[in-house]
Design a protein around this ligand. Sequence first.
Ligand SMILES: [Zn+2]
Length: 220
Amino acid sequence: MQIRKELTEICHKVYDKGFVSAYDGNLSVRLDDQKILITPSGKCKGEIAEDDLIEIDYNGKLLAGNGKVSTEAKIHLVAYNKRKDVSAVVHCHPVYATAFATVGEGLTHPVFPEVVLALGKVPLCRYATPSTDELPDSMLPFIDYAWAMLFENHGAVTFGKNIKGAYFRMDKLEHTAHTLIAARVLGREKTLPRNKLKELYDIAEEVYGIKTDKRNRMDF
Ligand SMILES: [Zn+2]
């Protein structure tokens, strides 16, 4: 099945990129209104095979496959249950994005024009004990509009309309965090001027037809 192949390939990519180590992370796609295809617990994403992927329902119950459902499946379920426009979820622990999450800083200021449009505001979800309901609950303040979030002292999650879209957001998030850390070695980053930010949103809407949700717009 094409979708299994695609999800498996993206799993290998996130491992090769260093977005996860050992058994970390989990990735999924919405198959239909009954089923989600997701990585099982305890498998290295760099070694995962198509047959390792499991199918679960929207309550996290195992429907098909031999693996065990990850306790972090709750991150995926809250996204699919609350957002009809989300059809893929990527949760990783990438070094630089997680560094921001560890100092308690979301990426919410406008620094790079393309990031303003491609990622929007990346809020910080307050620390929650992994595997408990605290973790999906910590996403609730932002779940209606965000396409990428940081988990305090933990990692990051990105959403997409398909698995490639969710993966590219994770890639962009990590690249942005890396660049910001490099900039801070040299000094402090400058944010975009307020009038230029408005210009950017106007161009995005008029020229590219990208409508930015007002809640997703960057802060000063
Ligand atoms: Zn995690």
